[in-house]
Design a protein around this ligand. Structure first.
Ligand code: NDP
Ligand code: GDP
Length: 345
């Protein structure tokens, strides 16, 4: 009988943590979920996935090096998926120092702990398309130069290069997935897609009359489905050689387009009037204002366009996404309408 593989997942309470844990449990792994102790219950996603009982939990904080060392010594895991991060770009201007410590230094702590206590452990690092920032090439691929536009992007870039460096210096089996935005019904409500679907769900079920307030409507993102993307993380760690891969759909859409698509699922036919801060999105049928702009949600520096080229991942890892942009939008919208109806939104 082959030995059961052990995977440690940091960021187990987040969007990707839940999808990845479910995927690995399906593959027969023992999953140890690393979480930060807090005063409130943060396991709602794992409960909604129906996998909470199957996960062993362990305390973890990206800033606590001694704890990371102990975890590595105790579990000697086959695989470590580092999904933990201060993951919200918007917050990184408010908390730049913490973001740099958690998203940059935290990854160095993990690499050091692997090097010292569990050198056979294979590491997946959650890199991000935000590292491309002010894009130097369209579409963005593994060889595109980086130009991060936020403290989040800069911190993640440090981690990204540390992963490459530990691979080259010490032979650590560490891979980076440069994942483009990926969403799901489990996405945090501060991110724009979920903010849109959660608000429209409240509107269409009559729970609110207030228009949705957004920032830059023209920014474009390459949005995929989180459930598809976690498979890629696992595939990277099954390769003989660690590497860097872009994971994306190769399609890009503006925030405006996402609003329109989500609106369609609700029965709205949204048209845009005005410009800049005066722009509004109106439902043609009812004349109701669905969206307005609030400059509060503008960013000090914006990433205007992201579109990735996933051909390396598709070729080497044999990966293809199952959910497309419209399917993703519908899935998120329908789930939030269901939640709004049963009072769980
Ligand atoms: P989430 O924001 O949903 O989850 C982040 C997780 O990190 C949470 O479990 C959170 O715990 C944990 N965390 C935050 N700070 C710390 C800390 N100091 N110590 C320990 N744990 C911490 O993110 P996603 O699941 O969407 O993303 C997963 C990873 O992928 C992140 O690293 C993110 O930056 C990266 N990424 C995400 C993309 C996306 O589009 N989703 C795109 C590219 C990269 P708690 O519940 O306690 O807050
Ligand atoms: P990001 O790509 O990781 O920053 O993911 P987000 O979902 O937070 O933001 C995606 C894009 O949506 C960015 O260009 C934001 O400027 C834009 N955006 C416009 N309005 C909003 C808003 O109200 N909230 C958020 N989070 N983003 C917004």
């Amino acid at each position: 009988m082959t030995k059961q593989k052990v995977a440690l997942i940091s960021g187990i309470t987040g969007q990707d943590g839940g999808y990845l844990a479910k995927f690995l449990l399906g593959k027969g792994y023992k999953v140890v979920g690393l979480y930060r102790r807090g005063a409130t219950d943060t396991f709602s996603r794992l409960k909604e996935h129906g996998i909470f009982e199957q996960i062993e939990l362990a305390d973890f904080d990206l800033l606590e090096f001694s704890n990371i060392c102990r975890l590595m010594r105790k579990y000697q895991p086959d695989e470590f998926y580092n999904l933990a991060a201060q993951s919200f770009v918007g917050a990184s201007w408010e908390e730049p120092i913490y973001t740099a410590q958690a998203d940059g230094m935290g990854v160095l702590y993990i690499l050091e702990a692997i090097r010292e206590f569990s050198p056979h452990t294979r590491l997946y690092q959650a890199s991000t398309s935000e590292m491309f920032g002010k894009v130097q090439e369209i579409p963005q691929k593994e060889t595109t130069p980086f130009y991060p536009r936020s403290p989040y992007g800069v911190a993640k870039l440090m981690a990204h290069w540390m992963v490459t460096n530990y691979r080259e210096s010490f032979g650590v089996h560490a891979s980076s997935g440069i994942l483009f935005n990926h969403e799901s019904p489990m996405r945090g409500k501060e991110f724009v897609t979920r903010k849109i679907t959660a608000h429209l769900a409240q509107m269409v079920t009559g729970k609110t009359d207030k228009p949705l307030e957004l920032g830059n409507l023209s920014a474009k993102r390459d949005w995929g489905f989180a459930g598809d993307y976690v498979e890629m993380m696992w595939l990277m760690l099954q390769q003989e050689k660690p590497d860097t891969y872009v994971v994306a759909t190769g399609e890009t859409h503006s925030i405006r387009e996402f609003v329109e698509e989500a609106g369609k699922v609700c029965g709205y036919d949204i048209e845009w009037k005005g410009e800049g801060v005066d722009e509004i999105g109106i439902d043609k049928k009812s004349g109701k204002t669905i969206v307005k702009v609030n400059p509060k949600f503008y960013r000090p520096a914006e990433v205007e366009l992201l579109i990735g080229d996933p051909s390396k991942a598709e070729k080497i890892l044999g990966w293809h996404r199952k959910v497309d942009y419209k399917g993703l939008c519908r899935m998120m919208m329908e789930k939030d309408i269901e939640r709004a109806e049963n009072g769980t939104l």
